[in-house]
Design a protein around this ligand. Structure first.
Ligand SMILES: Cc1cc2nc3c(=O)[nH]c(=O)nc-3n(C[C@H](O)[C@H](O)[C@H](O)COP(=O)(O)OP(=O)(O)OC[C@H]3O[C@@H](n4cnc5c(N)ncnc54)[C@H](O)[C@@H]3O)c2cc1C
Length: 504
């Protein structure tokens, strides 16, 4: 039982607290850990990916000739991979990403995706785009110091507000169901209220400007139909796959200088160095042939260690695949009664989907409850072709208990699926050049030159991946221009591979 508790603490439900390092018992569980598998070829069908017409790019570039070389090869077509392409296009357009091939005056980029377009975590998640306001602030400050802690929140605010701005400015906010409905942390016990208030106070003491409203049990009951405490802050929800699809389409229009190709259903099985004399640095093997690349960007999240085996396991440089489960459940009340809020508590997270008819009972997207799976709590799992029955039982029973009358006990969901997250020991992503930490020698690090990564967001990637992608593009641009990369004001240094791989 002690081990069970350790694991639960180490790999919490999305948005819940965790501790920074793995202790011996958890290390032992992962001893001899193999790299992640490739994405499962036959995943469960998510509401996002399998609603009719939702994924027009699903099979794009999966047949015909494979692009055989590119300046930048992006592995993975989720929010990270497509954001990399978007920032690349904008950097070219603004003249900060130099064109290497003056003959063609093109920057060639290719996205290689193992399965359908955006069918990883981004196409299977809970749809919350919530920049944390103060949640877990004490932990962040204790781990990373005040300045970096403030930046952990700043990057989320930057990411989410940029994503919303882009969708609105380009006129596709409604197409992607972007809703600024706010975020509610639902607190079931006085102890949780105390903890949340302590985080709030710590954030205030650190000088953070906060936008949060506290509600007591009576206010929550009369307004939302649940007799618990709550704290409300800004937040969005979105159809993530549609967002990524629109972002991809928009990227293609930014500049004719970017020649962007997409090859879905094309898993990359290895990345090997090319001969020193070759113009390109890396060779990507796929079942359809090889692609030669100058730069490689690993946007593979939970699967990163398949191609980077030294990132397997729970160590300081590791990304561990963890399976999460989500379902779409019809509510028993109209949207007015439910609110447009995205909710979270320490069991799960949920939000009602937008409706066209006010009398309609919305579908509610609901995920979490991973501890119900029992040991090892879906940790080190890359199989998203099945759901866990026990997790499903808890998710089905969850909302009728919290909101009596607003949900029907025993009702079956209209869709249920799983997806793979990428957890790291510190609960924050790796961003920057790929380095080999197991063997901290300069030559070894150098051996990955030209490979970059932005991955490992745990259950909270939507408000972070877009900005992390921007940073890796800036880094590549700086290298190509012989400039020093300067971190944006909102970027937390602990995300850097160079800081994490060589802890001081
Ligand atoms: C069930 C679940 C619920 C979640 N809920 C939320 C939420 O509500 N809010 C939130 O902020 N975050 C949530 N997350 C986390 C969030 O979805 C992720 O952090 C984010 O989507 C990661 O994006 P990504 O592009 O880095 O990775 P992914 O979207 O996983 O994309 C990686 C892509 O790489 C591809 N790939 C992997 N290996 C290879 C290879 N060798 N060759 C080619 N392609 C490869 C995969 O097929 C995949 O499409 C959730 C995640 C899950 C699984």
């Amino acid at each position: 039982m002690a081990r069970v508790r350790v694991l639960l603490t180490l790999f919490p439900v999305a948005y819940a607290l965790s501790v920074p390092t793995l202790d011996n018992s958890a290390q032992a569980i992962f001893a001899g850990k193999q790299p992640a598998d490739l994405p499962h070829p036959d995943p469960t069908h998510s509401f996002w990916t399998h609603s009719p017409g939702a994924n027009p790019l699903a099979g794009e570039g999966s047949t015909g000739e494979l692009t055989n070389e590119a300046d930048v090869c992006i592995i993975g077509s989720g929010i990270t991979g497509v954001s990399v392409a978007y920032h690349l296009a904008n950097a070219i357009q603004h003249g900060t990403f130099p064109v290497q091939d003056e003959g063609t005056n093109k920057v060639r980029a290719v996205i290689l995706e193992a399965r359908d377009f955006c069918s990883g975590a981004t196409g299977r998640n809970g749809g919350n785009l919530t920049p944390y306001e103060f949640s877990r602030f004490r932990r962040a400050e204790a781990l990373f110091g005040r300045e970096a802690a403030l930046r952990l929140y700043a990057i989320e605010h930057y990411s989410a507000s940029e994503m919303a701005r882009i969708a609105r400015t380009a006129g596709w906010a409604d197409t992607v169901d972007l809703v600024e409905g706010g975020h509610m942390d639902l607190l079931l016990t006085e102890e949780r209220v105390k903890e949340a208030k302590a985080d709030f106070d710590a954030a205030v003491a650190a000088g953070k400007t906060l936008n949060a409203t506290w509600l007591d049990r009576d206010e929550m009951n009369s307004t939302y139909g649940t007799h618990n405490w709550g704290v409300r802050s800004p937040g969005y929800n979105v159809w993530p796959l549609k967002f990524v699809t629109q972002l991809f389409k928009q990227t293609r229009k930014v500049t004719p200088v970017l020649d962007l190709r997409l090859h879905t259903r094309t898993p990359v099985t290895s990345v090997s160095p090319l001969m020193a004399a070759s113009f390109r640095r890396w060779e990507l093997a796929t079942p359809r042939g090889i692609v030669q690349c100058s730069y490689v960007l690993h946007a593979t999240n939970g699967y990163a260690s398949h191609l980077l085996p030294h990132m397997a396991g729970p160590g300081p440089a590791g990304i561990v695949p963890v399976r999460g489960q989500v379902l779409a459940m019809r509510a028993n009340a109209p949207l007015d009664a439910l609110s447009k809020i995205s909710w979270v508590n320490n069991e799960g997270y949920w939000f009602p989907r937008p409706v066209t008819d006010v009398a309609e009972h919305p579908l509610v997207i609901l995920g979490g409850a991973r501890d119900a799976a029992g040991p090892p709590f879906e940790i080190d799992v890359t199989d998203d072709s099945i759901v866990d029955v026990n997790v499903g039982d808890v998710l089905r029973a969850f909302l009728p208990t919290l909101f009596p009358g607003l949900y029907t006990p025993g009702r079956e969901p209209e869709a249920e699926w799983t997806g793979i997250m990428g957890y790291t020991a510190l609960d924050i992503p790796f961003v920057g050049p790929v380095l080999n930490t197991n063997d901290v020698e300069e030559e070894d690090s150098y051996s990955y030159k030209g490979q970059f990564i932005a991955a490992g967001y745990a259950g909270h990637g939507m408000p972070r991946a877009f900005a992390c992608a921007e940073v890796v593009v800036q880094m590549i641009a700086a290298e190509l221009s012989n400039r020093e990369w300067v971190a944006p004001a909102w970027f937390p240094r602990p995300f850097l591979t160079s800081v994490r791989d060589r802890p001081q």
